[in-house]
Design a protein around this ligand. Structure first.
Ligand SMILES: Nc1nc2c(ncn2[C@@H]2O[C@H](COP(=O)(O)OP(=O)(O)OP(=O)(O)O)[C@@H](O)[C@H]2O)c(=O)[nH]1
Ligand SMILES: [Zn+2]
Length: 418
């Protein structure tokens, strides 16, 4: 892979790419005058800040400063693309370049001696230290990580993005509106330090029923507020084409913050990005009238610097989320249902046709939405399936680590020579 020129942000769609590189140039090295003057310990700290550098200047004492002290020749950069043999990193909005990864990151991942676990390798959004502008020498600690389960015969999980502050779950108030899909996102992206924000677009369309939509989401929002203080899902209603309306997202887009956009095709992600960028240039897909679904046009992976000083990550990995098995239903927007299930007559109630089922009773009484319950049961089964596979994977790993920790093995198995 050989690349040169302004490659950041990177888009596969040529029109979008051309636009983005112009756009990046416009925002390049935009300095933020609200920061107090400080000694410039890091070259071009303002340029880094524009792509999400979490410090004003050099990192304070701690692991980041230690890693940088250990590699005095290296410069920080942010991963914006991930490839089999290496990465594309950026150290300013208009400067991206390919780098080699450590040889051990190129070998298959694993937990055995000499192997590097998948989660210890950089992903999009990570900060790394790069030597001579071509070699990653260290991965800096993450403040958050979004992961997903991997489909397939064997259990697997994959990090999708790191150092994310907010997840904007974009959903149109047209035929696209689907509270079940929003519930799914909220459950599957429970990452510490990542604020979930439901962004309802197309509020300006004549058919948009904002009140009905908010009512459909009320359970989720109050739910989050009542369970864990940190996991409040905010709901923001916008016209994605109107800058004044989109300003409602400012609290999550402060300088140094990074947000990811998720949502189905046609939901308004590109429109929102355009408005946040302050120019209507990015190509947006036409929504087909009959089903309100747009064509799938965004097939790139990139980090976009916004004039506000925040940046947006749009990574294809977010399109298809699968549970890792570690999700907590109660913290993922279903705390009320989990609490109510405690009142079922049978402890192992499957909430199907069992007598004394508190959830069925609530549906009949009209206090629980039947579709939400159905979604809860479906997602719960998915999470449980992944949790089973995770458990057998962990058991397998314990086994390969040697004797003394063999779960479920009879005494007969000890006859081996070693
Ligand atoms: N009136 C109105 N139209 C909107 C709004 N948001 C998006 N649209 C329109 O909806 C269509 C689809 O929006 P996009 O921004 O392309 O959707 P997307 O989520 O980026 O779709 P993909 O790129 O396929 O993932 C476009 O025609 C937009 O103009 C809104 O808030 N109000
Ligand atoms: Zn029950």
């Amino acid at each position: 892979m050989s690349r040169c020129g302004p490659l950041f942000p990177v888009a596969k769609n040529p029109a979008r790419r051309a636009y983005l590189s112009r756009q990046s140039a416009a925002h390049a090295l935009e300095s933020r005058h609200d920061d107090p003057p400080r000694p410039r310990l890091i070259p071009a700290a303002n340029a880094l800040r524009a792509i999400g550098w979490p410090w004003v200047g050099a990192p304070g004492p701690g692991p980041w400063a230690d890693a940088m002290a250990a590699h005095p020749q290296a410069r920080p950069a942010r991963v914006i693309e991930q490839h089999r043999s290496g990465y594309v990193v950026a150290d300013a909005t208009d400067r991206a370049f390919p780098v080699e990864s450590l040889p051990e990151w190129q070998r298959p991942s694993g937990y055995r001696k000499g192997r590097i676990a998948a989660e210890d390798r950089p992903v999009v959004g990570d900060w790394v230290l790069v030597e001579e502008g071509k070699r990653i020498v260290a991965l800096l600690p993450r403040r958050s990580a979004i992961k997903r389960g991997v489909a397939g015969e064997h259990y697997g999980q994959q990090l999708i993005a790191a150092n994310i502050d907010a997840m904007l779950i974009v959903c149109g108030l047209d035929g696209d509106f689907n509270p079940r899909r929003i519930e799914r996102y909220l459950l599957l992206v429970q990452a510490e330090g990542v604020a979930p924000v439901v962004v309802l677009t197309k509020a300006d369309l004549p058919g948009a029923d904002v009140d009905a939509a908010l009512a459909a989401l009320a359970g989720i929002a109050t739910q989050h507020a009542s369970t864990s203080g940190s996991a409040n899902a905010a709901v923001v209603v916008v016209n994605a084409k109107d800058p004044a309306s989109v300003a409602a997202l400012d609290p999550w887009l402060s300088p140094g913050a990074t947000a990811v956009l998720v949502g189905s095709s046609g939901a308004g992600k590109s429109t929102l990005t355009n408005t946040l960028l302050g120019a209507e240039k990015m190509k947006t897909a036409q929504v087909r009238e009959h089903d309100a679904r747009g064509r799938h046009t965004t097939t790139y992976r990139a980090l976009i610097a916004l004039p506000s000083g925040a940046c947006l990550i749009d990574t294809p990995g977010m399109r298809e989320l699968k549970p890792t098995g570690e999700e907590a239903m109660a913290d993922g927007g279903f705390g009320d249902i989990e609490a109510l299930a405690q009142q079922c007559r049978f402890r192992d109630c499957r909430h199907q046709r069992e007598p004394g089922c508190a959830l069925r009773a609530a549906v009949e009484a009209g206090t629980l939405d039947a579709a939400r319950l159905a979604n809860y049961l479906k997602l719960r089964d998915e999470v449980a399936g992944a949790a089973d596979r995770l458990a057998s994977r962990l058991a397998q790993q314990a086994e390969t680590r040697g004797p003394g920790r063999k779960p479920g093995k009879g005494p007969g198995d000890r006859s081996g020579r070693h």
